[in-house]
Each structure stands twice: as C-alpha cells, then as structure tokens.
Design a protein around this ligand. Structure first.
Ligand code: C2E
Ligand code: CA
Ligand code: CA
Ligand code: CA
Length: 274
C-alpha cells in the first residue's frame, strides 16, 4: 500500500510539474511571440438584422505558435494575464484593429475586447487615445467590449475609467451579457452603448422557453434603456428568426461568417453592401 501510495504521489507530482513546465514554456514563447510577429488579428463581422449590412467587425486575437499551429485566445489570454503581457498585447491589438478599420467604409466600426487587467494598469485611456491618434480613426468607430468582471471591482475606479473613455468618444459594449451574478445591476452603474447577449442563451434557441424569454426581456431592456442589442453565436436560421422577431438590432455568428483574416474581411464587407 505504501508503495502504491508513493507511486500515486509521484504520478501526481509529475503531472503538476509537467503542467507548470508547459505553462512556463508557453509564457516564454508568448513573450517572444509579439516581437516575432506570431500574433495576428482576425475579424468577425456583425450584421444589422434589418438590412444585412455589416455594421462592425470584432477583432479576435490569434497566435500562430511554431510547431503547434493556431492557438485560440481562450488558451493564451489567461497565460498572458498571468505573465503580465496582456498590457502589451492589448496595446498591440488596439493599434492593429484601428489601423485595419481605416481601410473599411466609414459606417463600419471595429470592436476590441478588453481584459480587466488593462483597467487595473491605469494606462488604458492613454493606450486608446494613442491608437486613435496613430491610425486617424474617428473615436465613434471604436467599440470597446468589456465583460461584467470589469465592474466587479468594488471601488468605483473602473466606472471612472469607462466615463473617461466615453468622453474620448468611443462606444462601450457589455459583452457576454447574462453570465455574471448581477448583470442587471451593472446596467445601472454605467450607460452602455450596446449589450451583447451571451452565446449560451442563443445556443438553446428556438426550443428552450427560458432562453427565449430571456432574449425577449433583454431586447426589451435594450429598447427602454436606449442601448443597442446584439446576439452572438448565431449558427442557425431559426436562431436568427427568433432574434429578428424579438427586435434585436444585430447578430454575429458562424451563420454569417467565421472570424476572417484582415484581407478577407474587407471583401466580406463589400459583398454585404451590394
Ligand atoms: P468573445 O469576446 O465572447 O468572442 C466571441 C467568441 O465566439 C470568439 O471566440 C468567436 O470566434 C466565437 N464565435 C463566434 N461566432 C460563433 C458561433 O456562431 N458559434 C460558436 N460556437 N462560437 C462563435 P475566440 O476568437 O476563440 O475568442 C474567445 C474569447 O477570447 C473571446 O470571447 C474574448 O473574451 C477573448 N478574446 C479574443 N480576443 C481578445 C483580445 O484581443 N483581448 C482580450 N482581452 N480578449 C480576447
Ligand atoms: Ca467580445
Ligand atoms: Ca461575447
Ligand atoms: Ca465569451
């Protein structure tokens, strides 16, 4: 029994060790990735439900890791946060996204995701202003997507940052709406320009009564509070029909397009306007 116990312990130990090592390796590789040009931005179009035109494209980070292929943000963003790299990466994607958007028609905006860590740094407002200046993009064409976790900060500091960003003229979007503990409460703490209803609610449409009731309620809330509403993760015509029936403003999902490399998204935007 003692033998087995020791054996088990060793296996566990080695597994932990392996995990730590691969995380350390990933951190080091990620640190180098920015300089080596291994990071890229893909863009996924958001489409107005009334006329199917592209209104905005969301910038989504991708890492082409040598020997491993494409790595998605769910895998490397948490590592980037832990390694203190999210500031530099966030700054990079803000610049990249604004620069690309300058090549699109003027009524198409660009959306960039922000990490709560970027709020804590105290540099966010500066970074946003610098990306706008460097690219020449009008502030109203930049949308910043934040999740409810940004507002979890019990101090009011983050609300202050949001107000400063609003003064700069950019739009503020509440992402993944409905997944936090007090989603409704957050709508009281800040007047968002747009609410993105989380994909988990859309996935269950059209059959789940609960998901449909929530979609209806949030669409109504958006209208009363003067916030635009978007559904994300739309994959089927039935999900789109429900959203349209409830008066949602725009949609994003594989039904329209997967995230695309910068060159391809330009062609997609032009096609949507014909
Ligand atoms: P998110 O902001 O909720 O982005 C939407 C995610 O859903 C994207 O995954 C997108 O590719 C995926 N998606 C879009 N349409 C569909 C669909 O119809 N069906 C399904 N199943 N999925 C769909 P992605 O690109 O892997 O990004 C994952 C998350 O990583 C994002 O979730 C966002 O929170 C974060 N992220 C991505 N880029 C950045 C970034 O530059 N900075 C920060 N801080 N976070 C980022
Ligand atoms: Ca997002
Ligand atoms: Ca989302
Ligand atoms: Ca998400």
């Amino acid at each position: 029994a003692k033998q087995a116990g020791r054996g088990t312990f060793r296996v566990f130990d080695e597994a932990t060790d392996f995990h730590l090592q691969s995380r350390q390796k990933m951190k080091a590789a990620l640190r180098a990735a920015l300089g080596k040009g291994e990071l890229s931005v893909f863009f996924q179009p958001l489409v107005a439900l009334l006329d199917r035109r592209v209104t905005c494209c969301e910038a989504l980070m991708r890492w082409h890791r040598p020997g491993e292929g494409w790595v998605g943000p769910d895998q490397f963003i948490p590592v980037a946060e832990e390694a203190g790299l999210i500031g530099a990466m966030g700054r990079w994607i803000l610049h990249e996204a604004c620069a690309q958007a300058m090549g699109w028609p003027e009524d198409v905006s660009v959306a960039v995701n922000l990490s709560p860590h970027q709020f804590r740094s105290g540099l966010l407002v500066e970074d946003v202003i610098s990306a706008l200046r460097a690219s020449g993009l009008s502030p109203h064409r930049l949308q910043l997507e934040i999740t409810e976790s940004v507002l979890l900060d019990p101090t009011d500091r983050n609300v202050g940052v949001l107000q400063e960003l609003r003064k700069v003229g950019v739009k503020i979007v509440m992402d993944d709406f409905g997944t936090g503990y007090s989603s409704l409460g957050y709508l009281r703490s800040f007047p968002f320009d747009k609410i993105k209803i989380d994909r988990s609610f859309i996935r269950d449409l059209p059959d789940a009564r609960e998901a449909l009731a929530i979609l209806k309620a949030v669409a109504g809330l958006g209208r009363s509070l003067d916030m635009r509403t978007t559904v994300e993760g739309v994959e089927t015509q039935a999900q789109l029909d429900c959203s349209l029936a409830e008066g949602v403003d725009e949609a994003q999902g594989y039904l329209f397009s997967h995230p695309l490399p910068a060159e391809e998204v330009c062609a997609y935007i032009s096609r949507s306007r014909r």
